[in-house]
Design a protein around this ligand. Structure first.
Ligand code: ZN
Ligand code: FE
Length: 239
């Protein structure tokens, strides 16, 4: 499985997962259709599925057009089927979805939205975390409670440490300012910031990150209890 990172809108990431043998592909969180179509055409692929982590427009904006153009099936969370545009296949918490070489486990990780899910491709150890876990940050708690978000992050923390994380936005540099303010002595964080600045200077994404790195540097993953997490989340909201 090959992964193409596609920048969309202001700072969104969509991901194209490719089976290079059959030339088929699936897309995760298409914010808009145009850059996805361009990539699919340039690589001569056939789009089979559209995976959505949650219903926000910057994650589903391309659903309708891509479905129409490629006859692709839209996949999302069963409990959120009323607000995932064009949904065809509804998945439940802990369900394993499989098609050809693509095989992922779904986890319900509420907090950012109530119906947020992530896709964990366990064979490759790759996680698509949407707007729940970012590099050096986590999503805003829009619909759920701080406790739900904290628990969702605890669930992700228990994945293998080598897990590669592909998230929904390029927020890493902005997030690093916050981490540094409250964790200024963290040497792993300081060297990660070097790396981030280098990547961005080259016009490269700071994604993927790994769980191992995030456990060392991401202040939200490092918070030990809900109280501490809530305090940090409030501070970040007003940062
Ligand atoms: Zn969102
Ligand atoms: Fe988003």
């Amino acid at each position: 499985m090959k992964i193409e990172i596609i920048k969309c809108l202001e700072d969104n990431f969509s991901y194209l997962l490719i089976d290079e043998v059959t030339k088929t592909a699936i897309v995760v969180d298409p914010s808009e259709s145009k850059p996805i179509i361009d990539k699919i055409e340039s690589l001569n692929l056939k789009l089979k599925f559209i995976l959505n982590t949650h219903h926000h427009y910057d994650h589903v904006g391309g659903n309708k057009e891509l479905k129409k153009l490629y006859d692709a099936k839209v996949i999302g969370f069963d409990e959120d089927k009323h607000r995932i545009p064009e949904i065809d296949i509804c998945l439940k918490n802990n369900e394993i979805w499989k098609d050809g070489i693509f095989e992922a486990k779904v986890f319900h990780i509420p907090g950012h939205t109530l119906g947020h899910i992530c896709f964990y491709f366990f064979k490759e150890n790759i996680l698509f975390s949407g707007d729940t876990l970012f590099s050096l940050g986590c999503g805003r708690v829009f619909e759920g409670t701080h406790e739900q978000m904290f628990n969702s992050l605890q669930l992700l923390k228990n994945l293998p440490s080598k897990t590669e994380i592909y998230c929904g936005h390029e927020y890493t540099l902005k997030n690093s300012d916050f981490c540094l303010k409250y964790d200024s002595e963290n040497s792993a964080l300081i060297s990660k910031i070097e790396f981030i600045k280098n990547q961005l200077a080259k016009g490269q994404p700071t994604i993927p990150t790994t769980l191992e790195e995030e456990l060392k540097t991401n202040i939200f993953l490092r918070s030990k209890n809900v109280e501490n997490f809530s305090k940090l989340r409030d501070l970040k909201d007003n940062f």
